[in-house]
Design a protein around this ligand. Structure first.
Ligand code: SAM
Length: 272
């Protein structure tokens, strides 16, 4: 599926982040302090949340687990290590996948973790080949949300479970507030339909939907505090202008969160 210039630019930004920022010792320290993990994560999933997801998905040895937008391996490699499941991790930026491969090798997971460069909207897997599917704040980072959910449905076995977190714009906002939320959220936060409708249209039944905005807000606040204190790390990678832009984006997110304009939710679904 062709990607827009905006999507391609975002993938390049992630690539730069995975290749030059998130694996630095300073950033891994921050990640340990805020999220309880050290994989170079770029989502807002903490270790506590990852543990919950593993339990909801019922991961155990033999479960065929697929993660879309797995970045540098969080939380897929952690879940594979903790539960013994068979994992396939896909994403587009090679820099993230390289870090994930290296981590899988170091953790002795290379035999049961496939790490593949692929688009979530065109998965290189056979129909019905996974029992558990997860993605962490990925749908708000791409335009073709429905195509990704459709592909997840195609590769899901009957009886499979899918769980994902996603950030969206709160409903019922004035135009002005909607604009503040869109400016503060992830790049492709705008969605033509509610996620429950998109799930229904792509062959999924929603089994649970939980609001984790408060947890997101807290994690975001903690992360932003550490990031401001370590601005030189961002300047090293993005240059002074790039770091200032990133901080400005963080301020817009904070503004939107303070005004209760963003939502972070976790959906659980089963194929129908
Ligand atoms: C918020 S990050 C989450 C990464 C990782 N799971 C984590 O928690 O650190 C979103 C990820 O979605 C990936 N992504 C964006 N568009 C994608 C697409 N079309 N197919 C697969 N992955 C995509 C990005 O490259 C990025 O790594």
């Amino acid at each position: 599926m062709p990607r827009t210039d905006g999507e391609q630019a975002l993938i390049e930004r992630f690539s730069n982040t995975y290749g030059h920022l998130t694996q630095s010792e300073t950033m891994l320290e921050i990640e340990r302090a805020v999220c309880g993990c050290d994989y170079g994560c770029t989502s807002w999933s903490t270790r506590e949340e990852a543990d919950d997801i593993g339990n909801i998905l019922g991961l155990r040895p033999g479960t065929r687990y697929l993660e879309i937008g797995a970045g540098s391996g969080w939380p897929g490699l952690y879940l594979a290590k903790r539960t013994g499941c068979e994992a396939a991790l896909i994403d587009l930026p090679l820099e993230g996948l390289k870090a994930a491969r290296e981590r899988a090798r170091k953790d002795g997971l290379a035999d049961r973790c496939r790490i593949v460069q692929a688009d979530g909207a065109a998965l290189p897997f056979a129909d019905g080949s996974f029992d558990a599917i997860y993605h962490s704040d990925v749908l708000c980072c791409l335009i073709e949300k429905q195509a990704v959910l459709g592909e997840c449905r195609r590769v899901a076995a009957m009886g499979a479970k899918m769980v994902f977190s996603v950030i969206s714009i709160a409903t019922g906002l004035s135009d002005a507030d909607h604009e503040i939320a869109a400016a503060g959220g992830p790049t492709f936060i705008e969605s033509p339909l509610d996620y429950s409708e998109m799930l229904e249209l792509t062959g999924w039944t929603v089994t649970a939907r939980g609001d984790v905005t408060a947890e997101y807000s807290e994690t975001f606040g903690d992360m932003f505090g550490f990031e401001k204190a370590n601005i030189d790390e961002f300047e090293r990678v993005h240059g002074a202008k790039g770091a200032a832009e990133l901080m400005a984006r963080r301020h817009r997110t904070l503004e939107a969160l303070d005004q209760d304009l963003l939502r972070r939710e976790i959906f659980s679904a089963r194929p129908f």
